[in-house]
Ligand binder design. Structure first.
Ligand SMILES: [Zn+2]
Length: 497
C-alpha cells in the first residue's frame, strides 16, 4: 500500500490510498495522473525543525559597561553617558553583577561555564547603535553545551542549549509617518542594557515544543532571579529559526529567522504562519528562501527584513577595550553556592512530600515568592495539611491579591497570621464562610484572626452540651411567655432564608 503525506504545521500525516483518492478528488486530480500540473499531494513526509534564540534583559540596576540606570519608561535619552552614547574615547567597564547573573543562568541550564571568555565587536551600522558596533561574545561565549528539561503534552523532553553569551542591547527606534513624511526617532536609554542571549539547538519539532521550552525557560530565569521576564517591557524577546526537512533526512532544510517576537502568543502565531507558508512552497515543489523576517501581529503575517547576513558580514574581532573575562573556580563555586533549589527539584518535593496536584504545583511555581510563602506557612504550622494551606492560598488569598493587583511578595499578611486562620477553620472554631470574611478583614486591617473573631463574636459553637443548654433556654422562655413552641410553616421559611 502506498503511503502519502500531507502537511499540517506541526505534524506529518500519513494517509492510505483510499484517503489519497478522496483528497485528490477534492483537489481536482485524477489519481492515475498524480504529476498533473498544479497542486499535487507530495509523496514525501516533512518534519518541522525549530530553534530559538532568547534575548534576556538581566536584573541589574545599571547597564553592562557603564553606570547608567536601566530603568524602563524614563524620559527619552535621559539615561545615557559618553560610554553608552559611543562617544570617542569613552571606555567600557564590565558590570560584575551581569557576569554573576549569566553564570547563574548557565548553571541552571546545565551549561559548562568557560573559565575564559572573550567579548568581540560585531560591526554594523544602524541608527540605534551609536558606536557602529555592538559588543557581544562571539567565538568564546561564557556558557555552552547545556540543556533544559521540559514537561510537554507528550511527556518529558530535553532540549539542548548551544550557548549563552553576553552582549549589550541597542537603542530603540520609533518610526513615524506624518502625512506621508516618514522619519524615525532614536531613544538610547536601552543602549548598553545587559542582555544574555540563550541559543537552543534546533531540537523543537512543533509549536507545542516551542511553547513548553520558552515557558519553562522564563519560569526558570524568573525563579533564579536573573530577569523579571516582563514581556510587555521587552525583557524577554524571542527569535525563531524555522525550517522543514524530509522526515528521513538528517540534513536541515533552508531556514528563515523570525526576529523580535515579544510575546508567547506572537511567537506561536508567527511560527505557525511561517510553517504553513513553507509547507505550501514545498508542496508546490518550490524552494524556501533563506531570509530574516519580522512579524506584523496586527496583520497576522511575516514580512521580509533582509536576506540573512553571514557572520563574515559583521567583521567580528576581539574587543580591544576589554580584557578576557576570567571566571576562576572560587568565584564559580561561590555563585553555585548561592543557587536556589531549582524548579524541577521543588516540583518533585511538592508532589512526593506534600502530595500537591500538578496543577497546584504549577500555579505556585509561577512566582517564587508564592512558593516561598507556602514554605513559610508550612514552617509556621507543621500540623496543618499542606494541601489545605495551598487551597486557601490559591483561592481566597490569590483572589484578593488579583483584585488589588499585588504580587505575593507585596503581601503584608504574615504566614503565621494566615495559617492561624486556616487552623481555626480546621479545628472548627469558625466555618469556611466566616473564615473568608475574616481573611479579607485581616488583609485590609492588618489585625489578627483571633482578635477579629472574638470582637465580632464569630466563634462557632460545636460543643453539644452548650448547644443543648442554649436550645433548652430558648424553649423555656417561649413556654414562660405563653407562646406555642410550635413553629409555623411561614416562620420556618423565614428562618431558612
Ligand atoms: Zn551610560
Amino acid at each position: 500500500m502506498t503511503k502519502v503525506s500531507v502537511f499540517l504545521p506541526s505534524k506529518c500525516f500519513l494517509l492510505c490510498d483510499l484517503c489519497v483518492s478522496a483528497l485528490n478528488l477534492l483537489l481536482g486530480y485524477r489519481t492515475e495522473k498524480p504529476r498533473a500540473k498544479g497542486l499535487r499531494i507530495m509523496s514525501q513526509s516533512y518534519e518541522t525543525v525549530i530553534g530559538l534564540e532568547v534575548h534576556v534583559q538581566l536584573t541589574t540596576n545599571t547597564k553592562i559597561f557603564c553606570g547608567c540606570s536601566k530603568d524602563f519608561g524614563q524620559a527619552t535619552n535621559s539615561q545615557t553617558c559618553p560610554v553608552c552614547l559611543g562617544l570617542p574615547g569613552a571606555l567600557p567597564v564590565l558590570n560584575q553583577q551581569v557576569v554573576e547573573l549569566a553564570i547563574k543562568t548557565g548553571l541552571a541550564t546545565n551549561c559548562q561555564i568557560a573559565p575564559r571568555s572573550i567579548f568581540a565587536r560585531k560591526n554594523y551600522f544602524y541608527p540605534d547603535l551609536p558606536k557602529g558596533y555592538q559588543i557581544s561574545q562571539y567565538e568564546y561565549p561564557l556558557a555552552e553545551h547545556g540543556h533544559l528539561n521540559v514537561h510537554t503534552a507528550n511527556g518529558p523532553k530535553s532540549f539542548r542549549i548551544t550557548r549563552a553569551h553576553l552582549e549589550e542591547d541597542t537603542g530603540k527606534l520609533t518610526h513615524i509617518n506624518d502625512d506621508g513624511e516618514p522619519y524615525s526617532l532614536v531613544d538610547l536609554n536601552r543602549a548598553g542594557v545587559p542582555l544574555l542571549e540563550i541559543v537552543s539547538e534546533p531540537d523543537m519539532h512543533s509549536v507545542a515544543d516551542v511553547r513548553a521550552y520558552s515557558r519553562e525557560l522564563r519560569l526558570l530565569l524568573r525563579w533564579i532571579g536573573v530577569t523579571s521576564g516582563d514581556m510587555e517591557k521587552g525583557t524577554m524577546r524571542f527569535e525563531a529559526n524555522v525550517s522543514m526537512r524530509p522526515c528521513d533526512s538528517e540534513e536541515l532544510g533552508t531556514r528563515v529567522e523570525i526576529k523580535n517576537l515579544n510575546s508567547f502568543k506572537a511567537m506561536e502565531r508567527a511560527i505557525l504562519y511561517e510553517l504553513e507558508k513553507q509547507s505550501e512552497t514545498l508542496q508546490k515543489g518550490g524552494k524556501v528562501k533563506q531570509q530574516t523576517l519580522g512579524w506584523n501581529d496586527n496583520e497576522s503575517r511575516t514580512f521580509s527584513q533582509r536576506t540573512k547576513e553571514e557572520a563574515n558580514d559583521y567583521r567580528y574581532f576581539p574587543e580591544p577595550d576589554l580584557p578576557p573575562l576570567v571566571v576562576d573556580a572560587d568565584w564559580l563555586e561561590s555563585i553555585r553556592a548561592e543557587m536556589p533549589e531549582l524548579p524541577d527539584v521543588v516540583r518533585a518535593r511538592y508532589s512526593q512530600t506534600y502530595h500537591l496536584s500538578a496543577e497546584d504545583i504549577e500555579r505556585l511555581m509561577e512566582d517564587r515568592s508564592a512558593a516561598q510563602y507556602f514554605e513559610y506557612c508550612l514552617a509556621a504550622a507543621s500540623d496543618l495539611n499542606p494541601r489545605v494551606i495551598v487551597n486557601w492560598m490559591l483561592t481566597d488569598l490569590y483572589a484578593w491579591l488579583n483584585q488589588k493587583e499585588l504580587a505575593v511578595n507585596k503581601l503584608a499578611l504574615s504566614p503565621q497570621a494566615f495559617t492561624e486562620l486556616v487552623g481555626f477553620v480546621e479545628d472548627g472554631t469558625v466555618n469556611q464562610t466566616t473564615a473568608k470574611e475574616v481573611l479579607v478583614e485581616m488583609l485590609e486591617s492588618g489585625k489578627g484572626a483571633a482578635a477579629i473573631i472574638d470582637k465580632k463574636g464569630l466563634r462557632q459553637i460545636s460543643n453539644t452540651d452548650v448547644i443543648t443548654s442554649l436550645v433548652r433556654e430558648v424553649l423555656e422562655e417561649i413556654v414562660r411567655e405563653g407562646r406555642s413552641p410550635k413553629i409555623e410553616p411561614q416562620r420556618r421559611r423565614e428562618r431558612k432564608e
